[in-house]
Design a protein around this ligand. Structure first.
Ligand SMILES: *Cc1c(COP(=O)(O)O)cnc(C)c1O
Length: 430
């Protein structure tokens, strides 16, 4: 397998782009080597500029749940394109997508569309503060909520407990109202509520996906919902990754919890830039123009993005691929664990529906600290061997892999062969 054209583009890209990328994980920094440049994609496959074909388990970090270029989505987007790209005024498509989204979440009466997950979450946090009149927000270490200042803490465990900014350029003032708790540890949340009486809300990824896949244990989420309610705060579910991915109604439906505010992104745009936040009327009525919380966007509700979202969610509801995801996820887990056993490599696998990933560690991973026990050097060897054997993975130990509804039996065979080579190589390299 050759990567010559990717290497060339990478060198060229370095001149006018930062690290030749527009989002840092694409730079392959944690696995070494040059990033791949993509030419095209179709169904479950993606093709780089050197003509190499891969089974795509990244799917744009989640959005392409129907696989690439589903014919109905493509048709809908093309049809919208012919009518105009952006109007700065309302369209019927916004109302249609809003109904689909609100119908999927039982306590969501109204929704506001934005352009990304980051925007959805920063607006959701503002709304929690506007509604409660309180300032503090609790977040969990290892959860990622986009790149707004206030939540760029606990990107690394050392900084986490001190509430220090996790990124340069974030002033201390921007995170002084951000409190950090530990995932799957209710006591760590209780401690904050006992200490502070001005907590507006608790934000959580109901299924952790940005420290690798981390699943809530026992009744953690239900107990969290109760704790938050008893303290007159709001539960904010960041379902940017899990919304319409875990089930049609997201992780909340599957886990039997209901958040006060839900943030969405990724799948709702089907590959076009769409984010959203929604809640019951009483909360959403605080948002301008009905209320005093300002939030706006020149391209929000963009007609082409709305068309892509409507087509994606309509097709997704029809296909209802969630049982199939469960089956394929289970097969992938078995392949990973049995191959690891064959080569005597320590491996722990977490999965939830269509999100799955292995950790190169010998412990069960239930929080960020445990995830960090993983051997990232082993992951890097594994990653490149998977690439060389035709499987495109996120270039980080701490990113979830995503299934899509176009995956075939042959794809699973390709995956299985690649895993055998890749774990075999890990066993021989250390
Ligand atoms: C991806 C993601 C975001 C950020 O969304 P962008 O569209 O990248 O801004 C926020 N929260 C979660 C849980 C995510 O997975």
């Amino acid at each position: 397998m050759k990567f010559k054209k990717s290497e060339k583009l990478y060198k060229k890209g370095l001149k006018n782009l930062v690290g030749a990328v527009n989002s840092p994980v694409r730079a392959f920094a944690s696995v070494g080597g040059n990033p791949l440049f993509i030419e095209k994609a179709k169904g479950s496959k993606i093709y780089d500029v050197d003509g190499n074909e891969y089974l795509d388990l990244v799917v744009s970090y989640g959005p392409m749940i129907l696989g690439h270029r589903h014919k109905k989505v493509e048709k809908a987007a093309k049809k919208a394109l012919k009518k105009g790209y952006s109007f700065g005024a309302s369209t019927a498509a916004e109302i249609k997508l809003a109904k689909i989204v609100c119908d999927a979440f039982p306590e969501m009466d109204k929704v506001r569309f934005v352009n990304s997950g980051t925007e959805a979450v920063l607006s959701g946090i503002r709304l929690a503060r506007a509604y409660t009149g309180k300032d503090k927000i609790i977040k969990f270490s290892g959860c990622y909520h986009g790149h707004q200042d206030a939540l760029l803490v606990a990107a690394g465990s050392g900084l986490a407990t001190l509430s220090l900014p996790g990124s340069k350029g974030v002033p201390e003032g921007a995170v002084k109202n951000t409190l950090i708790a530990e995932y799957n540890n209710l006591e760590s949340v209780k401690a904050h509520f006992e200490k502070y009486d001005d907590i507006a809300g608790v934000i959580i990824e109901p299924i952790g996906g940005n420290m690798g896949v981390v699943v809530p244990q026992n009744n953690f989420l239900k107990e969290l919902q109760e704790l938050v309610q008893n303290n007159n705060a709001l539960l904010i579910a960041d379902e940017v990754m899990t919304g319409f991915r875990s089930t049609f109604g997201g992780a909340q439906e599957k886990l039997g919890v209901v958040a006060d505010i839900t943030c969405l992104g990724k799948v709702i745009g089907g590959g076009f830039p769409v984010g959203a936040y929604g809640a019951r009327n009483e909360i959403m009525e605080n948002v301008a123009p009905l209320g005093g919380m300002y939030q706006a966007g020149t391209l929000s509700g963009n007609p082409i993005a709305m068309a892509g979202g409507i087509a994606t969610l309509t097709e997704l509801k029809k296909q209802n691929p969630y049982d199939k995801f469960e089956e394929i996820g289970a097969i992938i887990e078995v392949i990973l664990l049995e191959t690891a056993k064959k080569y005597n490599v320590d491996l722990s696998v977490n999965r939830f529906g269509s999100m799955i990933n292995p950790f190169f560690t010998n412990i069960k991973v239930t929080n960020f600290e445990e995830a960090q026990s993983s051997d990232t050097e082993k992951f890097a060897v594994f990653f490149w061997e998977m690439i060389k054997n035709g499987v495109f993975l996120p270039p980080s130990q701490f990113e979830a892999w995503f299934l899509n509804s176009e995956i075939t039996e042959k794809d699973i065979q390709v995956f299985s062969n690649a895993v055998d080579k890749a774990i075999g190589k890990v066993a021989n390299s250390f």
